[in-house]
Structure formats: structure tokens, C-alpha cells
Design a protein around this ligand. Structure first.
Ligand code: GLC
Length: 734
């Protein structure tokens, strides 16, 4: 504490000037209110609607300052308000059919579940920083990133864009990634708000969910992501929620997001997701790509409505204030994006770091991995491993420098089917394995001739089979099976060689009928721009795997809450390919907030591989778990590396019973890197919303008085220590 005598004149002068400065720099809220108040009637409906900034429509004239990308919203030059130049998406700057002239591509981050598998929010933030910087270097100032829908159905075609089945893990990872994107003075979204759980009939499907179930699952993921990342915008989803469209849902947009969560930014629609002008009254602030809807509701119709109806005039002012708040809070006007070179090396290094931490070692019988000098002959089979690594399709498709090394048309009859290509990034697993193999003889088999592949495997010391499963926006993976006869290929190779290692490049969980015949299985997801190098680094032990599953691999489709995905499949690629007005319900009240591992815990089912699972080349032990109560529940325990090499572990804390009710909820986790023999004390503070239940009548969270049991584990199914704590009753605001 300073006293008058000790403060010099210079310090006083500085204090005065900064306090004066502090008084003259108006807040983003104040600036937004002032700008909105000075808008003319015509200017008030400029920011409220945008266009698809892709000259796909013959004769379409692109605005002068637009950048070819997902969207463009004009600014208001008279008031110094910049236009919004929007690009996809969560995994990197999208390619938009390669229409940007002289574009040098972008860094393709590994898929969302890979980022989730790192359980490393700080690394997720670095990924956001990289893709945000690249968006900025390409002239964009809005990134449609932050895909945070919990992976409620493992067959969801967009699972590769999302992070986890768990709301805490999803929210923390997505929130940090969004913060990383926005650190570049560009707006990021979080999306798709909310309950966007399948691609089948996505423009018509009605997600059924009670308030309690929703608040404790999907909505909690968004709530945590918004708290952590402070996104300038929220993108509402295509689907209906309990009847109304998500972009027209007074409950979701006005009550949950703006009233309860006190969200200050704006809600933009998904592309072609606006049912009418009434959506403005229900909380929608901006109509994206208006030409994809039946009309530009948020243009002249909105202006006319505001001229006649004071309530709509007030709503329109709020719409502008929210958009302006996001612009000012992220410095889009004071730090405009300027086109320039992107830092390719930094992008590739971050993509590789995420891939290395995100690859999950699922199985490693008799320590066949890491490969050693004893592996004198290695045959690599299938999965285009001699070409590149797989990526996911749809609006989030990223392409590296020079575009895809291979693009395999998928066909289909939907209006966007021409987009459907299985694309491979220029990262070559075979080359990376050969480099790491230090003199061993490495050969390749395409895998399209099972007999030949099995013969080659029989003659080798080790067989590494790559298997791919392509997923895309617009359709779902209906059976979780590896396509194109890969199951038969793996089974034949494993029959021929007991040292068969399977490397999966999938967009989500898959079934593995051949599992017990194999020696090792790696889940590499879509491993991104340096995926081949990361896979080889783990196979040969240069990297000690530390990935842990962010979602359950079910043992059978019969174990899922919904045995089939509701809805009629009319083509291979939506949007626009859905059969109009087919009433389809996705009943999410079946599992409610018990998604994934929580469902298995409730039903006593055993996963093929459980949530949180991941093997390592060392070993860890936990000790001395203690739980203390009070305002916040705190857990402390010790993690020790009991193996022979350095490695990182993800100890997971689960709530396993609450006032006598058995359940399972991830309550916290840490990522701990330890040298052999090293031990560290870990402290986890539990978010009270994980312990609480949602009380719909009180519109808030409630913790009942009584005993709560927590367990520490290396996965949802390997709980090692437990401890109880008594808590007093508590109520929390939303
Ligand atoms: C899409 C997606 C959304 C994307 C938008 C713009 O259909 O649902 O994630 O950001 O359109 O491409």
C-alpha cells in the first residue's frame, strides 16, 4: 500500500494520466451503444445480414473488399465500422473450392477428437492462435471456429470437427481454442448452438431434450466454452429444438444464452438456417448468407418492421449493439486484418505437436511398440499410407499448400455432392516410417489385394496396417464399420503376422471385429498436416504416447441409446439434400445428460475402449487422494512415474456417487509430465456445476446436502482410488 510521503511527483503524474486515460477510453459496450445510436435507418440493417462470399452463382458480383470465403457482411464506413470477412473453421482456414487466387493453402490442424485427446487446453489454445493468425494473414476477421457440440452420437458425420462426449472436456478445450483464435484480433464463433447431434435430415430433425438434461450436458459445454473463450459470436444450428428452429428459439437464444449466461456478443445463423423475420424477436442477431434462405429477412423486411413497431426498433438497436460490441471487444476496427505471409513453420510445428499428443495408443500387447532395431523388415499396408493422411469433408475442409495430394470423389446426388471428396493431406506416413526405421527394410502394399497383403505380412517381422474412415458434414457414419473391406484386410494380415499393428485414421469411434488378433492399435484420427511424422514418431518411440480418448468406443451399436439414427437418407450429402419436411425426432431424453461413458455407467455396459483410455510406454501410479469440501470441492493426490522413461499422464477425477445416487461424471483432470521415478502433487478444483443438478423450477443449479464420492482413474473404467466428502446444500445461479 503506498502512502502520500513515499509517492514521487512523477508517479503521481503517471497515476493521474493513466486514470485520465482510463476514463477517456470508453468500453466496447459504451462504444457500441454510441455507434448504434448514430446509425441512420438504412445503416441499421447493414450489419444484420450477410452474403455467401463465394462467386459460385454465375454473374454474382463480389463486394470490392470481400475475401473469397464463407461469408461477408458489409461495414458502415461512415462510422468506421469494418466489414466482416468470414472464413471456416475449427481445424484451420478452409479452402473454399480453391477459389482464392494465389492462396497458398493453410495449416490443417488434427481433427477435433485429436485435440480433445491431448486433454491439454493450453495446446488447444496454441492451435487456435495458429489458425487465427492464418485467417488474419488471408484478410479475414471472423473465424467460424469453436465447434463444441458434444459428440452425443458416435455416428455423427461431423464428429471429426468436435471434441468430446463430455461437456467439461469439450468446453475447456473449445474455450481455449477460441481464445487462441481471438488473440489475433479476429472474432471467433462457438457452434452449433445447440443439440446439433446428427447430419441426417439436419435441416428438419427435431432434437428433443428436457431443460434439466440439456443444461447438464450440451448446454454446459457451450457455457464453459463461452466463459473460457469469450467468443464474439455464437452460431445457432440448423436443427429444431423441442419444436422451434435453434435460430428461432426464444428459450435457447433469449433465455439461456442472453438472459442466464449474460452473453454480450451476437448470434449469427448457420448458412441457410433462418426460418423468418420472427427469428429476430427470438434472439437471432444476424442472418448469414441470406441468399440461402427464402428471403433476406434481416434486410428491408426488418427495416420496415422496425419503422412500424417500437419493440422491433428496440430489438434492431440491440442487434447492432451486439455485433458492434464483438467488433470493438476484439479490436477489428483498431487492428484491421492485413493480407500477408503466414508463418508456415509455426503452423506445422503446432499441428505436429497436437498430433503427437492427440494420437491414442489403444492396445499394445507384449510391448510390440515402440518398434526397436529387432524389426528388420516392416511391411506397411493400405490407408493410402504411401500418399498422405486423411481429412474430413464439408465446410471445415482445410487444404495444405498445393492442395490435397489425393482427392477421391465420393459421388452422390445432393446439390453439394460435387464437393464430396476424400482428401488426403501431404504428409506421408510411409516416408516418415522409412526415415525412422533406421535401416530396416520397409515395403508397401496397397491393400487392395488381401492375399498379397497377407503373404507380404507373413514374410515380415512387423506388419503395419493403416485403415481409414472418411466422415463429412452432411451425412452420418451409420454403422461405425471400417469401409471398403478393411476389416477383412486387417483380419487376414493379423492372421499372417502376430506382430500386426493397426493405425486408424478415423473421424470418430469404429468397431474392431479383428481386435483380438492384433498386437497393437493406434487411433490417429485425422492427424493433420504433419500426421505421418507424428504417427512414425510414436511407432518408433521418439514420442511417448499420451493421448486419452475423449469419447467412448462402443463395443456394439446395440449399446447406444438410439440403435439407429432417426431420419430418411435421401442422398450422400446435405445440405439441401435432405428430404423436405420429413418429421424426424432425435430423442435425446433417452440418454439425457448421461452421454457416452455416463450412459455405459448407467446401463452397466462395457466399452470396447472407454472414455479417458490411453496407453503409454511408461507407467504411472496414483496415491493419497484427498477430497475437501466447502465453497469449492478440491481434490489432491500424487502422481508418480513408475516406469523407465519420461512420459505424460492424464489423471482423471470422476464424481461417482451423489447423496447415495450412483453416477459417473468427469469432475476434473490434469496433464502431468514426469521423468522416471518423479512424483508430483496435483490439485484439482471441481466446478460446482458438475456436482450440482439443474433445478428447472428454480432456474438454477442445486447441490443437495449429503455425501459425495469421487474416484481417481486413468480412464472411466479404471478407477483406482476413491474418497468421500460431505457437502452442505448450495444453490448456484445459471
Ligand atoms: C455450414 C456449417 C457451418 C459453417 C457454415 C459456413 O453449413 O454448418 O459450420 O460454418 O455453413 O460454411
Amino acid at each position: 500500500m503506498m502512502n502520500a510521503h513515499s509517492v514521487s511527483f512523477a508517479t503521481l503524474a503517471l497515476l493521474c494520466s493513466t486514470s485520465v486515460l482510463a476514463q477517456t477510453a470508453p468500453s466496447p459496450e459504451a462504444r457500441a451503444a454510441a455507434t448504434a445510436a448514430s446509425m441512420t435507418e438504412d445503416e441499421r440493417v447493414i450489419l444484420t445480414n450477410g452474403i455467401l462470399a463465394i462467386p459460385l452463382i454465375p454473374g454474382m458480383k463480389m463486394p470490392e473488399d470481400a475475401v473469397v470465403g464463407s461469408g461477408y457482411v458489409p461495414g458502415v464506413p461512415r462510422l468506421g465500422v469494418p466489414s466482416l470477412k468470414e472464413t471456416d473453421a475449427t481445424l484451420g482456414v478452409a479452402w473454399e473450392f480453391g477459389l482464392r487466387k494465389n492462396d497458398d493453402g493453410a495449416t490443417a490442424l488434427p481433427a477435433g477428437p485429436a485435440i480433445g485427446s491431448t486433454w491439454n487446453p493450453a495446446l488447444a489454445r496454441k492451435g487456435g492462435e495458429v489458425i487465427g493468425a492464418e485467417a488474419r494473414a488471408k484478410g479475414f476477421n471472423v473465424m467460424l471456429a469453436g465447434g463444441v457440440n458434444i459428440i452425443r452420437d458416435p455416428r455423427n458425420g461431423r464428429s471429426f470437427e468436435y471434441i468430446s462426449e463430455d461437456p467439461l472436456l469439450s468446453g475447456l478445450i473449445a474455450g481455449e481454442a477460441v481464445a487462441g483464435v481471438q488473440s489475433n484480433h479476429i472474432i471467433s464463433t462457438v457452434k452449433h448452438f445447440a443439440f446439433n447431434g446428427q447430419e441426417t435430415q439436419r435441416s428438419f430433425v427435431n432434437s428433443l431434450i428436457s431443460e434439466k438434461n440439456g443444461r447438464e450436458s450440451d448446454l454446459l459445454a457451450f457455457e464453459i466454452a463461452i466463459e473460457r473463450g469469450n467468443p464474439g459470436a455464437v452460431m445457432c444450428a440448423y436443427n429444431r429444438v423441442n419444436g422451434p428452429y435453434a435460430c428461432d428459439s426464444d428459450w435457447l437464444l433469449n433465455k439461456v444464452l442472453k438472459r442466464d449466461w449474460r452473453y454480450k456478443g451476437f448470434v449469427m445463423s448457420d448458412w441457410g438456417a433462418v426460418p423468418g423475420l420472427h427469428a429476430a424477436s427470438n434472439g437471432l442477431d444476424q442472418q448469414s448468407a441470406a441468399m440461402l434462405d427464402k428471403a433476406n429477412f434481416f434486410g428491408k423486411p426488418l427495416k420496415d418492421a422496425a419503422a412500424k413497431d417500437p419493440a422491433m426498433a428496440a430489438r434492431l438497436k440491440d442487434m447492432n449493439q451486439r455485433i458492434l460490441y464483438a467488433i470493438y471487444a476484439n479490436g477489428l476496427d483498431t487492428n484491421p486484418s492485413v493480407k500477408g505471409p503466414r508463418n508456415k513453420a509455426a503452423g506445422l510445428a503446432t499441428a505436429e505437436a497436437i498430433a503427437k499428443e492427440g494420437i491414442v495408443l489403444l492396445r499394445n500387447e507384449h510391448d510390440v511398440l515402440p518398434l526397436t532395431a529387432n524389426a528388420r523388415s516392416i511391411v506397411v499396408i493400405g490407408g493410402y499410407a504411401d500418399t498422405g493422411v486423411l481429412s474430413g469433408g464439408g465446410s471445415s475442409q482445410v487444404q495444405g499448400e498445393g492442395g490435397p495430394v489425393a482427392a477421391i470423389p465420393v459421388g452422390g446426388d445432393g446439390p453439394m455432392a460435387f464437393l464430396a471428396q476424400e482428401q488426403y493431406h501431404r504428409s506421408n506416413p510411409l516416408r516418415a516410417i522409412t526415415t525412422q526405421a533406421r535401416g530396416a527394410k520397409v515395403s508397401f502394399q496397397r491393400g487392395n489385394n488381401v492375399g498379397e497383403a497377407a503373404d507380404a505380412a507373413r514374410k515380415a517381422d512387423v506388419a503395419i496396417v493403416f485403415a481409414t474412415e472418411w466422415r463429412t458434414e452432411g451425412t452420418d457414419s451409420f454403422d461405425l464399420a471400417l469401409p471398403n473391406g478393411q476389416d477383412q484386410l486387417i483380419a487376414a494380415v493379423a492372421e499372417a503376422n502376430p506382430n500386426t499393428i493397426v493405425v486408424l485414421e478415423t473421424g470418430g469411434p469404429v468397431l474392431m471385429p479383428w481386435l483380438n488378433k492384433t498386437a497393437a492399435v493406434l487411433e490417429a484420427w485425422y492427424p493433420g498436416a504433419r500426421g505421418g511424422e507424428a504417427i512414425a514418431s510414436i511407432l518408433f518411440g521418439q514420442t511417448n504416447p499420451s493421448g486419452h480418448l475423449p469419447l467412448t468406443f462402443p463395443a456394439s451399436l446395440d449399446d447406444l441409446p438410439r440403435r439407429t439414427i432417426e431420419g430418411e437418407r435421401t442422398n450422400t450429402l446435405a445440405p439441401g439434400g435432405d428430404k423436405p419436411n420429413v418429421e424426424v425426432n432425435a430423442d435425446y431424453n433417452i440418454d439425457g445428460s448421461d452421454v457416452g461413458y455416463r450412459w455405459n455407467a448407467r446401463k452397466g455396459k462395457t466399452a470396447l475402449f472407454p472414455f479417458g483410455h490411453g496407453l503409454t510406454y511408461t507407467s504411472f501410479a496414483y496415491d493419497d487422494l484427498r477430497i475437501t469440501g466447502g465453497k469449492r470441492v478440491t481434490a489432491t493426490f500424487t502422481v508418480r512415474n513408475t516406469g523407465a522413461r519420461e512420459g505424460a499422464d492424464v489423471p482423471q477425477l470422476y464424481l461417482v456417487s451423489a447423496v447415495g445416487r450412483k453416477l459417473q461424471k468427469l469432475a476434473g483432470f490434469d496433464k502431468v509430465s514426469l521423468k522416471p521415478g518423479e512424483a508430483r502433487k496435483v490439485t484439482i478444483t471441481v466446478d460446482p456445476r458438475i456436482i450440482a443438478e439443474w433445478d428447472t423450477d428454480a432456474n438454477g443449479w442445486r447441490i443437495g446436502a449429503g455425501s459425495y464420492e469421487f474416484a481417481l482413474g486413468a480412464s472411466a473404467s479404471t478407477l483406482k482410488q476413491a474418497a468421500r466428502v460431505r457437502l452442505s446444500a448450495q444453490r448456484l445461479k445459471p
